[in-house]
Design a protein around this ligand. Structure first.
Ligand SMILES: C[C@@](CO)(OP(=O)(O)O)[C@H](O)COP(=O)(O)OP(=O)(O)OC[C@H]1O[C@@H](n2ccc(N)nc2=O)[C@H](O)[C@@H]1O
Ligand SMILES: Nc1ncnc2c1ncn2[C@@H]1O[C@H](COP(=O)(O)OP(=O)(O)O)[C@@H](O)[C@H]1O
Length: 281
């Protein structure tokens, strides 16, 4: 029997870096949602673990023990034949590897009838793994292991654009200036009221954006082009970059923006997306 799981891209709608722990990890305050674009994996029982990586974004993704799907099997103490179909760019700020690890945990627990590990344990795979288990809109704090479920994610029309440069997460953290930044602003808005949420989001930040743009100036170009598209309510970088997201009130304006970005930059990764919804499993 084979079990499939979907590994959605995550978007950090906000990413406030609020401090640094003694072990060097950064404390975060981030609003996160999962989307309906992602990788897929299938797992089947086997005596030894094996991994095949296929798909449009497979190039350069390790198929050895450094891959988080193999580390997920090791964490659970099980073995499986795993096929991973990569559609998300790696090292892109949308948690491709972390979401694959989280999806592998879900699929392997279903395959072997095991309980899901707690968040601390998931966090040992990668700081972003716990949040990739959450189809709700969530507030993520600590280094990623403290999660508050807030609401059903708003059903926005969005774009994800990656200019095909990879950015190393630790490198961007290293390049940051101030690390003791304020938490997200309170009170939170009504998450389903478009104008109110956008106004609130515009007052929040991605504290890694400036450092990432410094390392890869093309991210600044992505942001400026997205924010000039018709109907763009907000454009911001996700995670440590380089992927940026843009939110639109209307699907038609989003689709026009997608067409324009693809025409202007055929070599960039540009996709339309929305909340993960029923695709999550
Ligand atoms: C920055 C964020 C925001 O959601 O997203 P991405 O840009 O990776 O998508 C995450 O915190 C990334 O999580 P993840 O990619 O799982 O991080 P890990 O593999 O655990 O750690 C990679 C390295 O990033 C740094 N790191 C990571 C998380 C954190 N809270 N503080 C850190 O300083 C550490 O140097 C660590 O060695
Ligand atoms: N399943 C995976 N897919 C992609 N990268 C992976 C995977 N497992 C481990 N990695 C490694 O994780 C690193 C970061 O990948 P990723 O999670 O995609 O970054 P980000 O969190 O910035 O989007 C890469 O250096 C890659 O070699």
């Amino acid at each position: 029997m084979a079990i499939e799981a979907f590994a959605p891209a995550k978007i950090n709608l906000t990413l406030h870096v609020t401090g640094r722990r003694a072990d060097g990890y950064h404390q975060l305050d981030s609003l996160v949602m999962l989307t309906d674009v992602g990788d897929r994996l299938t797992v089947e029982r086997a005596r030894e673990t094996s991994l095949i990586v296929v798909g449009a974004m497979a190039a350069g993704v390790p198929a050895d023990r450094s891959n988080l799907v193999i580390r997920a099997a090791e964490l659970l103490g099980v073995s499986a034949k795993i096929t991973l179909t990569k559609s998300l760019p790696a090292m892109a700020g949308i948690g491709g590897g972390s979401s694959d690890g989280a999806a592998a945990i879900r699929a392997l627990c279903a395959l072997y009838d095991l309980p899901l590990p707690d968040r601390e344990t998931l966090s040992s795979l990668g700081a972003d793994v716990p949040v990739c288990m959450e189809p709700e809109l969530v507030r993520m704090r600590g280094i990623g292991e403290e999660i508050d479920r807030l609401d059903t994610p708003p059903d926005w029309s969005m774009l994800l654009v990656n200019p095909r440069v990879s950015v190393s997460t630790p490198r961007v953290f290293d390049e940051m200036g101030e690390r003791d930044n304020p938490l997200m602003g309170c009170p939170f808005p009504n998450w389903q009221a478009f104008d109110g949420v956008i106004k609130w989001l515009a007052d929040q930040r991605n504290d890694m954006q400036k450092a990432a743009v410094g390392l890869q100036p093309v991210i600044g170009l992505v942001l400026s082009e997205l924010s000039q598209t018709n109907g763009c309510a907000l454009a911001r970088m996700s995670g440590s970059g380089a992927t940026c997201f843009a939110i639109y009130k209307n699907a038609s304006e989003r689709d026009e923006a997608l067409e324009m970005m693809r025409r202007l930059h055929p070599d960039w990764w540009c996709v339309a997306t929305r909340r993960v919804g029923a695709r999550f499993r």
